[in-house]
Write a protein that binds this ligand. Structure first.
Ligand SMILES: Cc1ncc(COP(=O)(O)O)c(C=O)c1O
Length: 374
């Protein structure tokens, strides 16, 4: 069996350190926020090339509070992509603003800057480029368009810890960057977690208040806030794991390199722009016969996934946005063809070879691959 991700292997490699860190929180009884969270906020902001970090309970809350910090609400429009995890759009909805969707670039699966510019109206207040699968969106044109129209840029970096665009790290380019520490993420908590990066003291101050009931001091509620605090145990675990993140990212990149080499000319492999440091949260190939390939991989014990089978504009939950089939053709074909192969730092060359051999044998029986390759 080859797992899709192997959280047990990773825990085994840091077990002693993580257990000691958790014990430290148990001893200090700083269960929510506290010194481990404060230290992690500083360390993760520094890692991301950002000035400030504010820990929250999830990546979704990071997006939600980033939008609220920029005073976005009813009557405002926020632009993002439909080919993402639903949370990117849900966070906009939570604020009362209207999500406006634009298609992706079919090569990178990230926001098409021209489509973004075409969707701007007098109501547009912000844009959320999603750094999908660990590759950053094309930030230079996105930032230039946003500056021209005075829009707030909120990076959805939930899949992109340590990813780089022209040498700059995810979370350091926009006005705010939002991260998730869901266990399966490149930097995963042992529970839930999230964080906002920013260089803006005012945004940081508001997010700190909003995550803790909008209080400036205990029981002095200045804003209508939330209970979105990051737990002390998660801060402690994340501090330990952050030390290994670059090593784990390099291991992902090596595994992606094996797949790229073994699958070259066999299936369309991920397109990484040369100016990007892709951190391969997901290793995505494309096939027009995905269901059959999944059956075959499953039968061979090779776990796999789809990220994501239905673009947000076609999800029943967001039917009220009023979009229809055919409106975002690149997002729709990506959703129909994308197949995620096993990807985690501990993946071995032998495992990559086994996965690639299975894909090669499927592709050799599949005439449509030739068309996709072209
Ligand atoms: C692109 C993207 N945005 C937002 C989120 C939301 O993060 P969380 O699950 O921590 O709320 C996730 C991850 O689940 C994600 O992949």
């Amino acid at each position: 069996m080859i797992p899709f991700v192997d959280l047990k292997a990773q825990y085994a490699s840091v077990r002693e350190e993580v257990n000691a860190a958790i014990q430290g929180v148990l001893d200090s009884c700083q269960f929510t926020l506290g010194s481990e969270v404060v230290a992690f906020e500083k360390e993760f902001a520094a890692y991301s090339g950002a000035q400030l970090g504010i820990g929250v309970n999830t990546g979704t809350s990071a997006l939600h509070l980033a939008l609220l910090a920029a005073d976005i609400g009813p009557g405002d429009e926020v632009i993002t992509v439909p080919f993402t995890f639903v949370a990117s759009v849900a966070a906009i909805h939570y604020t009362g603003a209207t999500p406006v969707l634009v298609d992706i670039d079919p090569k990178t699966f990230t926001m098409d800057p021209q489509a973004f510019e075409a969707a701007i109206t007098p109501r547009t207040r912000a844009v959320i480029p999603v750094h999908l699968y660990g590759q950053m969106a094309d930030m230079d044109p996105i930032l230039a368009i946003a500056r021209k129209h005075k829009l707030v840029v909120i990076e959805d970096a939930c899949q992109a810890h340590g990813a780089e665009y022209k040498g700059r790290r995810a979370g350091s380019l926009g006005d705010m960057g939002c991260f998730s520490f869901y266990p399966g993420k490149n930097l995963g908590a042992y529970g839930e977690g999230g964080l906002v990066t920013t260089a803006n003291e005012e945004y940081a101050r508001k997010i700190r208040m909003l995550r803790d009931w909008g209080a400036e001091k205990k029981y002095q509620h200045v804003l209508k806030g939330f209970n979105f605090r990051l737990e002390g145990i998660q801060g402690a675990v994340l501090r330990v794991k952050l030390k290994y993140l670059d090593k784990w990212t390099e291991a992902r990149r090596v595994a992606a390199g094996h797949y790229n080499r073994l699958l070259a000319g066999v299936v369309p492999t991920p397109h990484a722009e040369p100016h990007n440091r892709h951190v391969y949260h997901i290793y995505a190939i494309r096939t027009a016969h995905r269901a059959a390939w999944q059956d075959s991989l499953n039968a061979r014990g090779i776990q796999n996934g789809i990220h994501y089978p239905i673009p947000v504009h076609l999800l029943p939950a967001y039917a009220d946005l009023g979009y229809s089939q055919g409106q975002f053709p690149h997002s729709e074909s990506a959703a129909n063809e994308e197949l995620s192969l096993p990807m985690f730092p501990e993946l071995t060359l032998a495992q990559c070879e086994e996965v690639a051999a299975a894909i090669r044998s499927l592709a050799s029986q599949d005439p449509s691959v030739a068309a996709l390759r072209a």
